[in-house]
Design a protein around this ligand. Structure first.
Ligand code: GCU
Length: 712
């Protein structure tokens, strides 16, 4: 038996060597570096790598280039001088590389993180230069160069610098290894074996992030434990900071407001109490002794039961500024979350953040940045943009997106979030008239904010493929690329990602990118069409739950959001209702206020609409609702067909898993459609068109156990 195993292993090993094939677990993400086809070998040929590497970051750049060359071109180019040939790749800064210095390239506009890729002639020979002002800029340039080869683009002259400063992953990872809203296994941070053991996975994580320009990571959950600030955990955090530093990634921590009370038994956590301030000062000093380039703190305060300054009748600004003051000497920042909502049935949850934060505009220190979720509610498949964007000109605002798909089918459903991010970023706030997009608010250009940035709630775990599915990796990728450049298009990024993750063959790329681009709208249609929100199942948010009324808080119950009754459906957020529309500006406000002008996508978000209301399509609301749910299911069928046609382009493991997940998604789309329509039918009392009636009575859907869908 053992002999047989060995023979099989040997055969497999030699097959893999001879074909270059290896099992596609998804671990390599978009950095697969598979061999380029014969016709490209000459175009990308590198005869010599001239890359002095005196720093860990430059060594990382050289190692990555060599890894890419070995995989894609079959060899790592020799460093020795072969100046008589074309094809040298010069890499470095004017300080690290005499050759780059001699080229006198126009680097000034690149700033501290940008890079330049340039076709040059040196001593009469054709060469390419990857240059930057800083080592991290060189690393970003190296990844961009490898991206060109992986996507079979010509090596074109390129200058690129990030438009936002903070490009940060938020890990909602708990110290016990679980991940809040994580669907890709356990946390990648092994707090038990830190600081003693640096898992090579941390380095691959850093490589992946650097390849898309992510430069920060908040290691722990926003629902933070005080223990993450203990000396033991600071030591563990310092070990991770050391591992990630060569890749330009700073570490940050989420902090629990009551940490001084919990760790040091102070009597209060009042931000104006000198003992409390002193505690945070000492804690900051302790952290910076261990991690001199520590990024700062992320704070969830007075939200969903978390403690905060309001417990002491202080404002969010009092709290944020106290922390900002102790971080300031160390150049640290405070990312203060604006995700707050009161347990007050009289106040629309969508209004709360605006009500609480807009009056504080101008009162925050310059190293405070408010971290605002893209929509006013909570990472729904589609929400209007948060009205805070464009309403706080004197405060730095950063975007918070969710990369993990808490409300969009979690691990299994294929939903490419590029269009969601793009829609939010390109929304016009009209803060200074037309063109005042959210992108311009958060990149700081609209009001010249001191800090700019984007955070994404990570979808990373210790699953073999990091994100629970191959297509979920695209959401990590597009987050990073849009954080670097909020103006980049979702489609362009999908193309880049697809080429690197699978193949650059247009016969694959075109249909798969189309499939990805429509996938988020499919989810909207079969879960929450026409501006419905938060009708997911209780607490875990997987599957439908428009009937959910569990729990003490009105704003945690589904009927609070959909407001279905005998008259109609939807939440009146106009002046006759909660006046949430009044928090917007100009034509946006007018459109949301007026039912005739409100886009269908937001109709039920802003209006309580009669069941027989005539929609733009000519259908009644009831019939339109049915049509939208059906359209969502049909879109998933089309995605299944598009994927099935790609069998020959994809290795078996990744093809089969994606096909299986699409089948689950299809079954669950039917579940969503039927459960929601069965539920709303009791209010509409309108008939179903022939063939559209749900298969089971409502009670069957309501009684489904967690994570189980009825047979279609
Ligand atoms: C959502 C999510 C929570 C999370 C919260 C937040 O409500 O379900 O798990 O803690 O957002 O963003 O703080």
């Amino acid at each position: 038996m053992r002999l047989l195993c060995r023979a099989v292993f040997a055969a497999c090993f030699s097959f893999c060597l001879s074909t270059g094939a290896h099992a596609e677990t998804g671990y390599d993400l978009w950095l697969r570096y598979t061999p380029v086809e014969a016709q490209y070998q000459q175009q990308y040929k590198v005869t010599r790598l001239d890359a002095p590497a005196p720093s860990p970051t430059l060594r990382a750049a050289v190692a990555e280039l060599n890894r890419g060359f070995a995989g894609m071109l079959g060899n790592a180019p020799p460093p020795e001088n072969r100046a008589e040939m074309d094809g040298t790749l010069f890499v470095g800064t004017p300080t690290s590389s005499p050759a780059i210095a001699a080229m006198k390239l126009p680097l000034a506009a690149l700033g501290a993180e940008g890079y330049l890729i340039r076709n040059v002639t040196r001593n009469g020979r054709k060469a390419v230069a990857i240059a930057a002002n800083t080592d991290i800029g060189v690393l970003y340039g190296a990844f961009a160069y490898l991206r060109m080869i992986q996507s079979r683009q010509p090596i074109t002259d390129t200058m690129s610098a990030p438009k936002t400063q903070l490009r940060i992953l938020n890990h909602w990872d708990n110290l016990d290894g679980t991940v809040e809203r994580g669907y890709a296994g356990a946390s990648i941070w092994n707090w038990h074996t830190l600081p003693g053991y640096i898992d090579p996975r941390y380095i691959d994580y850093a490589r992946a992030n650097a390849s898309i320009g992510i430069n920060g990571t908040v290691l722990n959950n926003v629902n933070a434990r005080a223990a993450s600030l203990s000396p033991e955990y600071i030591e563990k955090t310092a070990a991770l900071a050391d591992a990630l530093r060569p890749y330009g990634i700073k570490v940050y921590l989420s902090v629990r407001w009551s940490a001084p009370v919990e760790i040091s038994h102070l009597k209060t956590a009042d931000p104006l109490d000198p003992a409390v301030r002193n505690w945070w000062k000492n804690k900051a000093d302790e952290i910076y002794r261990a991690i001199p380039d520590f990024g700062g703190f992320l704070v969830k305060a007075n939200s969903e039961g978390q403690p905060g300054p309001q417990d002491y009748h202080r404002t969010h600004a009092d709290g944020a500024n106290m922390i900002a003051d102790v971080l300031k000497p160390h150049h640290g920042v405070v990312m203060w979350r604006a995700f707050v909502y009161a347990n007050d049935p009289k106040v629309d949850r969508a209004n709360t953040a605006y009500n609480e934060f807009v009056p504080l505009d101008g009162t925050f220190r310059d190293n405070v940045v408010l971290q605002v979720k893209n929509g006013p509610l909570d990472f729904q498949p589609r929400e209007p943009f948060s009205p805070l964007f464009g309403a706080m000109p004197k405060t730095s605002l950063m975007m918070e997106f969710q990369i993990t798909k808490e409300y969009l089918g979690q691990q299994t459903h294929l939903a490419y979030l590029g269009p969601l991010y793009e829609e939010a970023l390109q929304s016009d706030t009209y803060e200074h008239g037309k063109g005042s997009t959210v992108a311009k608010v958060i990149d700081g250009s609209l009001d010249h904010h001191a800090i700019s940035g984007i955070a994404g709630v990570a979808n990373i775990g210790n699953d073999a493929d990091w994100s629970g599915s191959i297509f979920n990796q695209a959401n990590w990728y597009v987050f990073g690329r849009m954080a670097w450049d909020p103006e980049i298009s979702a489609r362009a990024v999908a193309q880049e990602w697809t080429k690197q993750t699978f193949t650059a063959d247009p016969a694959f790329v075109t249909p798969v990118v189309d499939m990805m681009m429509g996938s988020r709208d499919a989810v909207v249609d079969y879960m929450t069409p026409l501006g419905l929100e938060l009708i997911m199942a209780h607490s875990h948010h997987m599957g439908p739950g428009p009937w959910d009324v569990i729990g003490p808080r009105e704003d945690w119950k589904a009927p609070y959001y959909h407001r279905a009754d005998a008259v109609g459906l939807g939440f009146d957020r106009t002046t006759t209702g909660s006046d949430n529309a009044g928090q917007y500006k100009g034509p946006v406000k007018e459109a949301f206020e007026d039912i005739a002008k409100t886009p269908d996508d937001y109709l039920l978000y802003f209006h309580h609409v009669p069941w027989d209301y005539k929609m733009k399509s000519g259908r009644t609301l009831w019939n339109e609702l049915i049509a939208r749910y059906q359209r969502g299911v049909d879109k998933v069928s089309a995605m299944q067909a598009a994927w099935a046609a790609q069998n020959s382009h994809v290795d078996a493991a990744r093809f089969d898993k994606t096909a299986a997940f699409l089948a689950i998604q299809h079954r669950e789309a039917i579940w969503w459609r039927d459960a929601c329509l069965a539920y709303f039918a009791q209010f509409s009392k309108r008939p179903f068109p022939p063939g559209y009636a749900p298969k089971y009575p409502l009670a069957t859907y309501e009684a489904m156990p967690m994570f189980a869908s009825p047979k279609p």
